[in-house]
Design a binder for this molecule. Sequence first.
Ligand code: SIN
Length: 308
Amino acid sequence: MNLSTTIAGVQFPGCIMNAAGARCVTQAELEALGRSRACAIVTKSMTLEPRQGNPEPRYYGFPSGSINSMGLPNLGYRAYAKLIPELKRFGKPVIASVAGLCEADFISIATVINESQPDLVEVNLSCPNIPGKPQIGYDAEASERLLARVRKVLTVPMGVKLPPYFDPVHQEQMVPVLERTGVQFLSLINSVGNGLVVDPVSETVVIKPKGGFGGLGGPLIKPVALANVRAFWKLFGGRLPIIGTGGVVTGTDIFEHLLCGASAVQIGTVLVDEGLAAFDRLEQELAAVLEAKGYGSVEACRGKLKEL
Ligand code: SIN
């Protein structure tokens, strides 16, 4: 079974990688991803300065998903700039996830990170967890200004991680922005921001930051993720590679993302729950699903969702 894929001209040995945020902050975690069956190493979204992130508890798993308000804990871009050339020894693509607390941060980080030549840069316009900082991906003008500036300083392919959109008009609004700024791949979607989980026993929220509000992930967001993958796949006529993120727990979930148009998937909640063994299990399950369905590769079923 051929599970390899290509995104923005970069070849991946498989189609399952970590989502920025899940087990990818420290050097040890990134190297463990390198040794695992993950088809790429995606760094935690890096900011200008190292960050401890939001106060704990800031992650909570429950049967249908997870809620987090991590607040971008990371080593700061200088540390990742040093690590990236070393991570390339694992022989799989390295994706640098870039965030910032203001537009200028993104440009400074991208300029230096580009020198370490990650295979791809994923610009994170969608973290919902920084108090007082709205998700940039919900502001088309700000997104365009920022992406145009980042594009100018990069020589490696640039993609963007977008928040979930809930109305087609917002997806349509982003299309010319992504075209004009030369975006070469999309990661869809970040967590569904500003959800709230309540513990009825203790009568409390379950995470500390932002009064309990945080980004939702896992199975409960799969339909939202699939809808965004499908909508952007159709809007771009299948020409823009998409990494589907949201609700992947089984090989069948990956198959659904591929049918909607994804070229690969990222995993977050299941990777936190299950550890690196999730990559082996998911790869085997996906291969079995594709074989049972008569597809010989990821490419063969990509975008093949039928409408009624
Ligand atoms: C976080 O660190 O708060 C999560 C990252 C993100 O949602 O982009």
